[in-house]
Design a protein around this ligand. Structure first.
Ligand SMILES: [Zn+2]
Length: 267
């Protein structure tokens, strides 16, 4: 039997039989890995309050000689991020980010930069000093870059006119081409949204330099709305995954009063 002692973020947990849980963990050196937490449901002492979504943990996993699922032997809390789980809107954003990682990552492939990214945005979400919408923009922009789907905002995908040379304040995002179209080449339709050049520049800033600096980019409410609409269409299109939590996020966001409620850009 070999054992692995590692930091981990809990991405997902499901019930398994009457007594056990299966947890999916994101570890820096081994990527995504699932493990069985025996008696986690039955015993209140075993893993009590530890195996909660988004928690940052230290775990010990044991792998038997057969190549079955590893067994979670120990888990201790490094940071429970409990301020996320006590806030409905923070919870749905963190669920969306976690599900995106869960759906996109292959088992056992190290993704250390992505581990640092999700650790950072969860910690900031918990701290509560950066608006949750800005953190979601930051997470999605960097996730796209790390996953190899960085949007191309440099020029119109059709006529190749550079962004700065396009003589309109807004362009049209086009997920199917991975970038943007100038208003002459693209018409806003379903999935293709009008987005201002100013918003595109702010999106690019969030994907440059240190995470700490990027989180301080100041967005106007319209830029947040445009940025979230763009990314929440672009990310599912390019990853080929449709996180269920994104639907929940949209529904919760629409019912929250007094917060930025993104609306689909109109042609
Ligand atoms: Zn064009």
């Amino acid at each position: 039997m070999t054992s692995l002692n590692t930091p981990a973020i809990l991405l997902r947990r499901i019930e398994f039989g009457d007594f056990d849980l299966i947890v999916t963990l994101f570890t820096p050196a081994h990527g995504k890995t699932s493990a069985i937490a025996k008696s986690a449901k039955k015993s209140v002492k075993r893993f009590s309050g530890v195996l909660e979504p988004f928690s940052r943990l230290k775990v010990v996993l044991a792998q038997g000689k057969s190549k079955g699922m590893p067994v979670l032997q120990e888990a201790s809390l490094e940071d429970p991020f409990f301020k996320i789980r006590e806030d409905a809107i923070k919870t749905v954003y963190a669920s969306y980010w976690s599900e995106l990682i869960y759906l996109w990552m292959a088992d056992g492939e190290p993704q250390e930069p992505l581990y640092r990214l999700i650790s950072h945005v969860l910690a900031e979400l918990n701290r509560g000093e950066t608006p949750v919408e800005v953190l979601s923009i930051l997470f999605q922009m960097r996730f796209l870059s790390l996953a190899g789907f960085r949007p191309n905002f440099d020029h119109c995908h059709s006529c190749k006119t550079c962004l700065d040379q396009i003589r309109h304040a807004s362009v049209v995002s086009d997920p199917s081409t991975g970038g943007i179209a100038c208003p002459t080449c693209g018409i806003p339709t379903n999935g293709r949204l009008k987005i201002s050049k100013g918003t595109l520049k702010q999106l690019m800033w969030t994907d440059a330099g240190s995470l700490e600096r990027a989180a301080r980019v100041r967005f106007a409410p319209t830029a947040i709305s445009e940025g979230l609409n763009f990314l929440e269409a672009f990310v599912p299109f390019h990853t080929g995954k449709s996180p269920k939590s994104l639907k929940v996020l949209r529904a919760v966001r629409q019912t929250m009063g007094g917060r930025v409620i993104p609306v689909a850009a109109k042609p």
